[in-house]
Design a protein around this ligand. Structure first.
Ligand SMILES: C[S@@+](CC[C@H](N)C(=O)[O-])C[C@H]1O[C@@H](n2cnc3c(N)ncnc32)[C@H](O)[C@@H]1O
Length: 282
């Protein structure tokens, strides 16, 4: 089992490498994940004056949308990878959002004082943290009493054909090793109650989980494969180990299988996320 420092180093390097793909496919990714951002925002009950902390912000969501709602407040976007936060800064400028700041840090070691924030969000970050219990304790520490934490994780691969089609295609060329249960991967937190148990251990109250459907929409099966192979962490890592002819066969396989989701010239592939909310005791 790698040490927490080794996990942080490998995640930092992985996301530095994925950043260009996330920027290139920004609008497709953001459209797919928007229902989850909306669910997190609803769970948090963002107020106009909220001082909000977005963890593992990546290219900026849901922090940037929250900044637009907290018009008299402020949002701090944090991430381990400066390359991802650089994109968030560019997106904020393009959208005219000024009430934000960025901070490079790991979720399990936050450079903020106790009770500094009204709310905390973590969209698709938990599964990559070296120590999820320590991270949750940090989120609870920086929340004001009565403040809420809301996170999202992916439900199991069978409910997420948008990514399992690609992984199954990759599996035709190479054995994709099942990740160790405690190692970072997209589906590490898929079990119902997994994140709720972390919240409970951190002393949060009024914990609730609910599922949120998403849909990945691309203009063609070819565009589906291009965007998946350039930004999905599991796929990018697996494809790096395969030679060019093998990658071409995988591409053809994935494109053939995703055609089942093509209708009227558009590809729409479903997926399922889970949101988890909890409140710090008043
Ligand atoms: C799937 S992206 C999510 C980005 C964004 N929240 C969204 O939903 O579009 C996961 C992010 O987690 C970040 N990350 C990985 N390990 C982290 C850690 N220990 N602390 C903070 N962020 C981390 C990565 O750098 C990456 O930007």
């Amino acid at each position: 089992m790698p040490s927490p420092d080794e996990i942080r180093d490998s995640q930092r390097a992985a996301w530095a490498g994925l950043a260009a793909g996330w920027e290139k496919w920004d609008s497709v990714i953001m459209d797919q994940l928007a229902p989850v951002g909306a669910a997190i925002i609803e769970g948090l009950g963002i107020g106009q004056r909220h001082h909000h902390l977005d963890i593992a912000s990546g290219t900026g969501e849901p922090g940037l949308t929250i900044a637009r709602l907290a018009v008299e407040g402020r949002v701090v976007l944090t991430d381990l990878a400066p390359e991802m936060l650089d994109i968030a800064t560019r997106r904020a400028a393009a959208q005219g959002i000024a009430n934000i700041e960025t901070r490079v840090c790991s979720a399990d070691d936050l450079p903020f004082g106790d009770a500094a924030f009204d709310s905390v969000s973590v969209r698709f970050g938990y599964m990559f943290f070296p120590d999820m219990a320590t991270a949750t304790a940090e989120f609870a520490r920086v929340l004001k009493p009565g403040g809420r934490l809301c996170a999202s994780v992916w439900v199991k691969p069978e409910e997420n054909p948008w990514t399992s089609i690609a992984m199954q295609a990759i599996g035709t060329e190479t054995a994709v090793p099942s990740p160790a249960p405690d190692a970072p991967n997209m589906f590490r937190c898929a079990a119902p109650g997994y994140i709720s148990a972390l919240y409970e251990d951190a002393g949060l109250l009024d914990i609730a989980e609910w599922d949120v459907p998403v849909e990945l929409t691309t203009k063609s099966p070819e565009q589906y494969w291009a965007m998946i192979s350039e930004h999905v962490s599991l796929a990018v890592a697996a494809l790096q180990r395969i030679d060019e002819p093998g990658r071409a066969r995988i591409r053809a396989h994935a494109i053939a299988n995703v055609r089942a989701f093509e209708k009227d010239g558009t590809v729409r592939v479903p997926g399922l996320a889970r949101c988890i909310v909890g409140t710090k005791q008043s």
